[in-house]
Design a protein around this ligand. Structure first.
Ligand code: BTN
Length: 156
């Protein structure tokens, strides 16, 4: 190996060790100015925008240190088109696992239904199973709740 190449690889190794390896979006650590003090913060890998196989959009806007999740959901499909616009979501995470719930009522829609997703982060995908319960009269309770799966892929 030429000595210039050796120097390049030595430098690359040194930089990699100094910065703790290569890190993608997921768990990027950064130095943040907290009240004039440089503090190391770690961004949560759930944060961001995710799309599922139906074209629905899941936006996770905050994840607190103790695991509270907040964001918005826009569904690409709904019963008789009842769910239009954005719906708040709340959830809990214990990485890599996450659960979150959407109530399908907002200023422009009222479906009288809720969906709860439970899943886990696997690589760059959020693999979930959901339950959707809609209002029924008691004699129709047998058909009140659908169960299926959604896989979300990061879009930003
Ligand atoms: C309703 O039809 O009562 C409300 C909308 C439900 C949309 C469901 S939730 C599970 C599945 N995943 C989606 O992204 N949309 C559907």
């Amino acid at each position: 190996m030429k000595s210039l190449t050796k120097v390049f690889f030595a430098l690359l190794l040194a930089v990699t060790i100094a910065f703790g390896g290569f890190q993608g979006h997921a768990n990027a650590r950064s130095l943040t100015d907290v009240g004039g003090v440089a503090t190391e913060t770690q961004s949560n890998p759930l944060l961001g925008t995710w799309l599922n196989e139906l074209g629905s959009k899941l936006s996770i806007e905050s994840v607190s240190e103790d695991g509270n999740v907040k964001g918005f959901y826009e569904t690409a499909v709904s019963s008789a088109g009842c769910a239009k616009g954005k719906f708040p979501l709340v959830g809990r995470t214990n990485l890599p696992s996450i659960g979150f719930v959407v109530s399908w009522t907002n200023s422009e829609s009222r479906c009288s239904s809720v969906t709860a997703w439970s899943g886990q982060l696997q690589g760059d995908q959020l693999v979930t199973t959901w339950l959707l319960t809609s209002q029924t009269v008691p004699s129709n309770n047998w058909r009140s709740t659908y169960v299926n799966k959604d896989t979300f892929t990061r879009s930003s």
